[in-house]
Design a protein around this ligand. Structure first.
Ligand SMILES: Nc1ncnc2c1ncn2[C@@H]1O[C@H](COP(=O)(O)OP(=O)(O)OP(=O)(O)O)[C@@H](O)[C@H]1O
Length: 305
């Protein structure tokens, strides 16, 4: 099921939270939704599932607005706010009540509790849950209708390293089944291991819509040691790379991903001994890309009147 945003905008009073966003999120991939604080990620996701009404534009899932589907929980499962439940109720009671609205079996309720690892606390009051448990509970709710689409806002918050690995495997498995997975996160390094594609927004506007491989390769400099730096530089330049040769066997390359370098070298029968990323990490690429869009950047100098 495809998620589509067309000219999506949201204003709160005179404040523009989301501005003219157009994108498509496709099935079969995990798509990371990145942006600095206040960029408009949550607002966008809320509009996708009809919790916020767009000021302009349109959001559809599987060709129609989420709320207009006859059984929305089968179309998309969303995790948007981990305090969605009544604290006095247990996960099982909450999920059974939801299941009733969609003719979903009690067996499915126990199944999703098992998937998220909450079977043992299925009858405990959710009010006492830790943040990590609340995230798992939210995920169980999202998964309940066995939906074709998952829309998850910061699902890694509060999870320990084992939980993070578990969720990553789960989401990649879900995407591997041909479903659509859209995940926002601040944990960029986590995202680089999870997502196949990325959408980046800043100040409500789309900054990048690309593959993760391209995103992490963009602007990054690799120091390459190989059997023939001159020949490799020539071949990479022909591919649009930016190269500066340091010695007969060493060169710095940007504008080409690590895989791209390896591929071109193999094509030219050049032996590559080492490809070392220089300086910029994914975080740095991200910060640079969104620099102008960061609204709440701390000032080293301090304000002062
Ligand atoms: N209900 C609201 N009323 C007024 N302004 C709002 C409302 N919801 C969001 N905003 C504003 O819209 C902008 C986008 O907020 P949003 O929560 O969508 O960003 P975000 O990218 O999810 O941020 P974060 O990563 O900090 O959660 C912010 O400036 C926020 O203050």
């Amino acid at each position: 099921m495809v998620i589509q945003a067309e000219g999506l905008s949201k204003r709160f009073g005179d404040r523009t939270a989301v501005s003219d966003l157009t994108f498509t999120v496709r099935p079969g991939y995990v798509t990371g939704f990145l942006g600095p604080n206040g960029a408009g990620k949550s607002t966008t996701m809320r509009m996708l599932v009809g919790l916020d009404r767009p000021s302009e534009g349109r959001a559809t899932i599987a060709g129609a607005p989420f709320v207009s589907h006859a059984a929305p929980m089968r179309v998309a499962g969303a995790l948007l706010d981990s305090s969605f439940y009544h604290p006095g109720r247990s996960p099982r009671t909450h999920l059974r009540a939801l299941a009733l609205t969609h003719g979903i079996s009690r067996r499915r309720v126990d199944e999703v509790l098992e998937i998220v690892g909450l079977s043992e606390v299925a009858t405990k009051r959710a009010g006492g849950f830790s943040l990590g448990m609340r995230q798992r509970f939210g995920l169980a709710t999202a998964l309940l209708g066995d939906p074709g689409t998952l829309i998850l806002d910061e699902p890694f918050n509060g999870l320990d390293p084992e939980g993070i690995r578990w969720l990553r495997d789960l989401l990649q498995g879900v995407a591997g089944e041909g479903r659509t997975v859209m995940v926002s996160s601040h944990l960029l390094s986590e995202m680089s291991e999870l997502a196949d594609r990325v959408l980046v927004i800043g100040r409500g506007e789309l900054i990048a819509d690309t593959t993760m491989a391209e995103f992490t390769g963009r602007g990054r400099v690799f120091r390459v040691t190989c059997s023939d730096a001159l020949l490799l530089a020539r071949a990479l330049r022909a591919d649009g790379g930016d190269c500066s040769q340091l010695s007969a066997r060493t060169l710095d390359v940007s504008g080409v991903s690590r895989d791209g370098i390896a591929f071109t070298a193999a094509e030219q029968a050049i032996e590559v001994f080492e490809v070392l990323p220089q300086g910029r990490s994914l975080e740095e690429t991200f910060v640079q890309l969104t620099q102008d869009a960061v609204e709440y950047r701390g000032s080293a100098k301090g304000g002062g009147l």
